[in-house]
Design a binder for this molecule. Structure first.
Ligand code: SF4
Ligand code: FES
Length: 313
């Protein structure tokens, strides 16, 4: 167990690590020919089978001294700079704007930069001498120990793993290409009639594009989606995107379907009314619980289902 010895309370990050097999080794295992690849090099990412990366997996504990107001991303940066430069994770803005650092924290899809360690650190469950978890029956079982046999102190342990539902690239970095391809495939841009109204002096006349506050309210919250993938990670149907286009792509479409300026509503509803589109949604609504920008993802998808049905009527 790697440890940073400084003063203050401590937290232990228990990180699920993954190191992929080098590409050459993988190719040799398939006979050394690019034609031996299992997936077509010509298909788009959304139609390719989910890649199951091969490599070495292990769990590593990092115990470090912390202040109570630090985030998990702060701690990972400390680990990277002072303990283990090989630890891999992704981030960019550091304050909930870019969506690049979603990972599973104690199993829950969460942005690392918004997750306060005091909210997530937990003491490990007690186990008895046979290794079974105990639920506090007064037998005073001992606490679960770390890799080196010591009991965690301080704030406790935070378990970190890559975002569920996506193939892992390395350590905490998930490959979210399938989600981005699915969003791209459904035309994530405003489709107007292509004619710009002009003013008498030849400028662009913006008046036809003005909206009332009510029209804006129909989709404004949906524009705040940061494509973090937390909703996809929480969705039990998504699981890689083969059977279901996923909540993030549907939220992106809802944003345009509800925009009075978009003129492709019918085509958009047609495009998502497929077996792997909105029909695959089981309305579990786990997606709503994890959205870091507060979109009620399940409810928005439910509204989209109603619009798809209205179009059929
Ligand atoms: S809807 Fe929310 S959880 Fe889903 S990708 Fe957008 S911001 Fe992330
Ligand atoms: S680093 Fe940008 S959202 Fe967390």
């Amino acid at each position: 167990m790697a440890q940073l010895a400084t003063s203050g309370t401590t937290v232990t990050l228990r990180v699920h690590r993954f190191s992929p097999k080098p590409a050459r080794e993988r190719d040799r295992a398939r006979g050394g020919s690019p034609f031996a690849r299992k997936s077509s090099p010509f298909g788009d990412a959304a139609s390719r089978p989910v890649r199951r990366p091969r490599g070495r997996q292990w769990t590593q504990d990092y115990t470090l001294d912390v202040r109570g107001d630090e985030t998990i991303l702060d701690c990972l940066l400390t680990v990277k700079r002072t303990i283990d430069p090989t630890l891999m994770f992704r981030y960019s803005c550091g304050h909930g704007m870019c969506g690049s650092d979603a990972a599973a924290v104690n199993g829950t899809p969460t942005l690392l930069c918004k997750a306060k360690i005091t909210d997530w650190a937990q003491q490990p469950p007690s186990v008895d001498d046979e290794g079974f978890r105990r639920t506090g029956d007064g037998d005073a079982p001992r606490m679960q120990t770390g890799e080196d046999g010591t009991q965690p102190g301080g704030l406790g342990i935070i378990e970190l793993a890559p975002l569920p539902g996506f193939p892992v690239e390395r350590d905490l970095i998930a490959d979210i290409d399938t989600m981005l391809e699915q969003i791209k495939r459904l035309k994530p841009y405003l489709i107007a009639d292509g004619t710009l109204a002009t003013t008498e002096d030849g400028g662009v006349d913006v008046l036809p594009f003005l909206q009332t506050p009510e029209q804006l309210a129909k989709y404004e919250v949906l524009t705040t989606c940061i494509t973090c993938g937390a909703c996809e990670g929480a969705c039990p149907v998504y699981a890689g995107g083969e059977a279901f286009v996923g909540p993030a792509a549907l939220i992106n479409q809802a944003r345009f379907v509800n925009d009075s300026r978009d003129e492709a509503t019918y085509e958009r509803l047609e495009a998502i009314d497929t077996a792997d589109g909105i029909q695959a949604c089981q309305s579990v609504r786990a997606c709503s619980r994890e959205c870091p920008v507060g979109i009620d993802v399940g409810e928005e998808i439910w509204q989209l289902i109603a619009q798809v049905k209205e179009r059929e009527a």
